[in-house]
Design a protein around this ligand. Structure first.
Ligand code: DAT
Ligand code: MG
Length: 152
């Protein structure tokens, strides 16, 4: 099933100059970027995005980090993209993430939630998060020229 999922290149990815490196991993896999923008969060929006974590002990640190600078939000489309993207991203704790994953290649310590990327966890979250982050007009259905080679 063709799905869409929300991915955030968190402020640490921008500060460390890893935006291109991270985008490349989705692009070269044949997953399609159908929405993209730079956003600087305020607390109200952070609480909406991380509603499930607002009461957790790590939330204040996570929120202060995610609001510290701009991030890049993208929508990624493709076959089973929700679970595929989570695999490309790796486990929440970078020290447990497999080499070859984004977190496993570029992070090791989880400091203030700095693990480079957010990716929707399941279909319900993906739907909710894309609606929160992108207006309908800000996502685009289009064909990539390489699809005749990479897509069934
Ligand atoms: P994920 O981002 O892998 O979906 P999550 O939804 O459980 O993980 O948590 C959201 C973010 O919060 C996560 O990327 C990093 C931070 N975080 C999660 N658990 C944490 C913890 N125990 N201590 C510090 N930060 C944590
Ligand atoms: Mg999550």
């Amino acid at each position: 099933m063709i799905e869409r999922t929300l991915v955030l290149l968190k402020p640490d990815a921008i500060q460390r100059g890893l935006v291109g490196e991270i985008l490349k991993r989705f692009e070269q896999r044949g997953l399609k970027i159908v929405g993209m923008k730079m956003v600087w969060l305020n607390r109200e929006f952070t609480e909406q995005h991380y509603a499930e974590h607002v009461k957790k002990p790590f939330f204040q640190e996570l929120a202060s980090f995610i609001e510290e600078g701009p991030l890049v939000a993208i929508v990624v489309e493709g076959l089973k993209s929700i679970s595929a993207v989570r695999k490309i991203v790796g486990t929440t704790r970078p020290e447990e993430a497999l080499p070859g994953t984004i977190r496993g290649d570029y992070a090791h310590y989880l400091i203030r939630g700095q693990n480079l990327v957010h990716a929707s966890a399941n279909q319900k979250d993906a739907k909710k998060e894309i609606k929160l982050w992108f207006k309908n007009k800000e996502t685009h259905s289009y064909q990539r020229d390489d699809e005749k080679h990479t897509t069934r």
